[in-house]
Write a protein that binds this ligand. Structure first.
Ligand code: BGC
Length: 580
């Protein structure tokens, strides 16, 4: 304990001595985050003292991990050539593994980890993610998402662990510890609890909409995971796109400054979300307590100038700027960035290594929730003659959801991943047929494993009934046809649902003999067969209550929900297993 306090004091002294030497421009630079490929030229790092870089959708930094590291080394060298030689942070949305890098270990999305409900496993997954993120050159990840989704129309339900505050709190803490290591030890990378606060509880599940909850409800239901993350030492918290009772969260001084930094004693970085400066009121964002802004897609110069003018005109206090910069510098010292500013080349061989995939496969197995198992059709016998049906059954992109290699995910296979069919072929004692579109000759088949689900999406693109309106509350006609086809043939059916949220499948549950909710398993699709063949038992429990109709779906978290007047088809925590 003493040691920890001394270390903190030592860091504080270093921060103060550096801060005392900094010009306003250098301070604003520390508060600036840009993409490595647009808006800026490498010289801007020099002239604007940029404090951090984000990699997200867009050109990759290099052809392979060594290339990614090289790119970040080059950029870091520019930062180190500035007057005060303050190194930069490199951030990435590694939300289910280092998912921006094809070939990394991709874990089930958080909703699957919420179903598994295994804190130790979440911690291991997070530590592997952190390691693979560092191996590709990063020292900051924008994860975990600790949202509490209150409406399945929201396109980001799967980024969150559960609708339960308790489950989310436990797993949020485990995830932060996994990413950063034990409290009191120096982490090698910064984790981010996001999106503060109310992202998942907007009215009608609209991404970035308005959350209508009383202060008491916010404190009771939504704040506990943040408290847990802060106690676990989380280095940053990201502000959210939504408003809270009409006030944009990026401009919510009370929640950011008084509650998060004050009451919760969060001493890390509050980072903005995408383009927040131009979207949420310019200097109001800084005055609310945001320390670092993602000044991307055309915002960069306007942001730097705007903050500068704000300080010169007295709109932003010098104190506010100093608070922001202190927080950034503190995290940089805390992860040892001044001593070790460059990525470690020795980590590269660890990307996607077997030991990591073994943990991801365990997560896949534990995330599966058995919703129906008529006449004990499962576990399958290894000599059963089966057919795997549907494109989702043999496509690692489709099984992985958004934030997989690309922002909106993939619809093709990606490097290093196995498909669901691969698993059946690996673990069956028989030849396994594959019927991508329901047209195959299946005369010899006893059982069909029909894989259906949601095509990958991310953020507002996945809102049901949202601006894009690409998604619906139930299966597509094409997927329904696959189930109908096999149902009509009189072949026993097991439906495996790949989805980022509970869908309304009341009818499909009646048609199927067995039904498994598999969420978005990620790169280790072959783990599903291990459970269906009975080598492992089902462990997953629903992290969300499951709506029975579209009406429930609409109103689930309307005013009636909390008084219990909507009865779900399956309650939170439901999940069958082989063991009686
Ligand atoms: C998302 C964040 C993400 C950020 C950076 C935003 O659109 O809301 O979750 O971290 O982009 O890619």
């Amino acid at each position: 304990m003493n040691k920890e306090i001394k270390t903190d004091l030592a860091i504080d002294q270093k921060v103060e001595s550096l801060l005392a030497q900094m010009t306003l421009e250098e301070k604003i630079g520390q508060m600036t985050q840009v993409r490595h490929f647009d808006d800026i030229t490498p010289e801007d790092i020099n002239t604007h003292f940029i404090g951090s870089i984000i990699h997200t959708q867009g050109p990759t930094p290099g052809e392979n991990a060594a290339g990614w590291q090289d790119k970040f080394v080059q950029l870091q060298k520019i930062a180190l050539s500035t007057r005060l030689a303050i190194p930069m942070l490199f951030g990435v949305d590694a939300v289910h593994g280092q998912n921006t890098y094809a070939g990394a270990t991709i874990f089930p999305h958080n909703i699957g980890l919420g179903a598994a409900g295994n804190a130790k496993l979440v911690e291991r997954a997070a530590s592997i993610t952190a390691l693979e993120a560092r191996a590709t050159g990063f020292n900051w990840v924008f994860s975990p998402c600790v949202a509490i989704p209150y409406n399945e129309k929201w396109g980001r339900v799967y980024e969150a662990f559960s609708e339960s505050t308790e489950i989310t709190t436990t797993l949020a803490q485990a995830s932060v510890l996994g990413h950063q290591g034990p409290v009191g030890q120096s982490p090698a990378l910064i984790a981010t609890a996001k999106h503060f606060i109310g992202d998942g509880s907007t009215d009608f599940g609209v991404e970035g909409g308005n959350t209508t909850l009383s202060e008491e409800e916010v404190f009771e239901r939504l704040l506990p995971p943040y408290r847990a993350a802060v106690e676990a030492g989380v280095g940053s918290v990201m502000a959210s796109f939504n408003s809270l009772n009409g006030v944009p969260m990026h401009a919510h001084r009370k929640m950011i400054t008084d509650v998060l930094k004050g009451q919760l004693k969060f001493d890390g970085i509050v980072v903005s979300d995408w383009k927040a400066y131009s979207r949420f009121g310019g200097n109001d964002v800084i005055n609310a307590g945001v320390d670092v802004v993602m000044a991307v897609e055309g915002d960069f110069h306007m942001y730097v100038e705007g903050v500068r003018n704000g300080v010169l005109s007295g709109e932003i206090s010098q104190e506010r700027i100093d608070d922001a910069v202190r927080r950034v510098l503190k995290q940089k010292f805390r992860i040892g960035l001044f001593d070790n500013p460059f990525p470690e080349a020795t980590l590269i061989p660890k990307i996607g290594m077997q030991a990591h995939r073994t943990v991801a496969r365990q997560a896949v197995r534990e995330s599966l929730v058995l919703l129906k198992n008529e006449d004990n059709l499962l576990p399958l016998k290894k000599d059963a003659r089966i057919v795997v049906v549907g494109e989702f059954g043999n496509n690692s992109g489709l099984q992985s959801g958004g934030w997989t290699v690309n922002w909106q995910g993939m619809t093709e296979n990606y490097a290093g991943a196995t498909t669901i069919l691969d698993g059946f072929r690996k673990f069956s004692g028989q030849e396994v047929l594959y019927d991508p579109d329901g047209a195959a000759n299946t005369d010899d088949v006893e059982i069909a494993v029909i894989v259906v689900g949601e095509t990958p999406y991310a953020e507002f693109m996945g809102d049901i009934g949202g601006v894009m309106n690409n998604y619906q509350h139930t299966l597509t006609e094409e997927h329904q046809r696959l189930i109908d086809t096999y149902h009509a043939k009189g072949i026993k059916t097991i439906v495996v649902l790949i989805s980022g949220r509970p869908l309304v499948v009341t009818k499909q549950l009646e048609q199927a003999d067995a039904f498994v909710a598999a969420w978005f398993p990620g790169s280790e699709g072959d783990g599903i067969a291990e459970v269906l063949y009975g080598d492992y038992d089902f462990k997953g429990k629903l992290p969300h209550s499951w709506p029975k109709s579209e009406e429930d779906y609409q109103g689930k978290y309307g005013p009636n929900f909390w008084d219990g007047s909507i009865e779900p088809l399956f309650p939170l925590g439901f999940g069958m297993s082989y063991e009686k």
